[in-house]
Design a protein around this ligand. Structure first.
Ligand code: GLN
Length: 196
């Protein structure tokens, strides 16, 4: 199994390290050619405006959208969530993959970065350490979007079919659960393809 990490800008290596800990090869994805034989994709944190611009410039947007449409798992963290959102409050959206509207830099200057324990619906009472760095929040989620976690009353993690997004950064923790979720989903898609 091979999982791509979009590498036009942002925090790529942390994702590759945690994937390796999970026993999976993570490869940086910079050019169209890098998409061949990927089983899933991670869109990392960074600056969504810059990432959005570069993704378009190098024609990677169509490749990402195609992967998502083929049912391959795509996971966005922080700026990655912004890139995947159907709408961005006050700005033009980028890839429009998940039926959510996000508000960028939602926590204001005082609280730009913080960590807190979150409850994630998938894992009952075992908290997940949420690392928020100039994070977005989800201000609207469509009916087919599963809300996986809240920070206070704000939506911080969502899933829509093969698409996953968190406003926080699991790659900056030792907790592999979100990455394993992606890997499991990629494994299931692989099996389906083999059976056909
Ligand atoms: N504030 C950034 C943006 O909206 C996201 C920050 C991050 O990815 N850590 O693009």
């Amino acid at each position: 199994m091979k999982i791509g990490v979009l590498a036009v800008q942002g925090a790529v290596s942390e994702h590759i390290v945690i994937l390796k800990k999970c026993g999976v090869e993570g490869v940086p994805v910079k050019r169209k050619e890098d998409f061949s034989a990927l089983d899933a994709l991670i869109i990392p944190g960074g600056e969504s405006t810059t990432m959005g611009r570069l993704v378009k410039k190098f024609n990677l947007d169509k490749k990402i959208i195609k992967m998502a449409q083929e049912g391959k798992p795509v996971y966005g963290t922080c700026a990655g969530m912004v890139l995947m959102a159907a709408e961005i409050e006050g700005e033009h959206p980028h890839l429009k993959l998940i039926d959510i509207c996000v508000l960028r830099n939602a926590f204001g200057r005082q609280n730009e970065s913080f960590e807190t324990d979150l409850t994630v619906s998938l894992w009952g009472d075992k908290p997940f350490r949420g690392v928020f760095i100039r994070s977005p929040i989800v201000v609207r989620a469509g009916p087919s979007v599963e809300i996986l976690s809240f920070f206070e009353d704000k939506i911080a993690a969502v899933r829509q079919g093969n698409l996953l997004a968190t406003s926080f950064h699991p790659e900056l923790t030792e907790d592999e659960r979100f990455h394993r979720l992606l890997i499991d989903a990629a494994g299931k898609t692989l099996k389906k393809v083999k059976h056909n």
